[in-house]
Ligand binder design. Sequence first.
Ligand SMILES: Nc1nc2c(c(=O)[nH]1)N[C@H]1C(S)=C(S)[C@@H](COP(=O)(O)O)O[C@H]1N2
Ligand SMILES: [Mo]
Length: 165
Amino acid sequence: MNRLQGFAMFAGLLLAGGAFAADAVHYTAPGKAPIDLDTSSLSRTEVKAGAHGDAPSAWQGVNLIDVLRAQGAPVGKELRGKALSDFVRITAADGYQVIFSLGELDPDFGGRKVVLVDRHEGKPLDAKDGPYRIVVPDDSRPARWIHSVTAIELVEASTAEHRKP
Ligand SMILES: Nc1nc2c(c(=O)[nH]1)N[C@H]1C(S)=C(S)[C@@H](COP(=O)(O)O)O[C@H]1N2
Ligand SMILES: [Mo]
């Protein structure tokens, strides 16, 4: 193997291992500096789901609630009062957007399984859907399975009417 072949093999292995994410997902929250998400320290999960009546297939990634918790979002015991009007807005490269409320996601409340996936059947997502996609196995329609995710924003949505702490 010559040096060029060696480099090509090395690069290929890195890509296959997902070491180079083509694009990062930006995370923003009120009062926090925006960051590029690094989910490599979170425990991984797998869900079986099929869109449009497709046979279920396996999607791998991290739970959205774990991403939020790791970024200091108010979850668990802290999810009370005004935080119960927080929501998460997810934006894609094509400008598509969807939201989930924190209460919908938190295991102490709605506990909805929402996964930020980077693999389908063990392989990195196709360029057109990846590198990150949301999968919501229990939604009857896959319209919130937003692909090509570029940003996740925690949004505080209470108004001046809100009078509880
Ligand atoms: N970025 C992005 N994600 C999206 C959409 C979109 O237009 N843009 N359409 C949604 C809708 S309406 C559906 S039904 C599913 C389609 O998923 P599929 O392309 O895997 O069939 O993707 C969802 N995710
Ligand atoms: Mo759709």
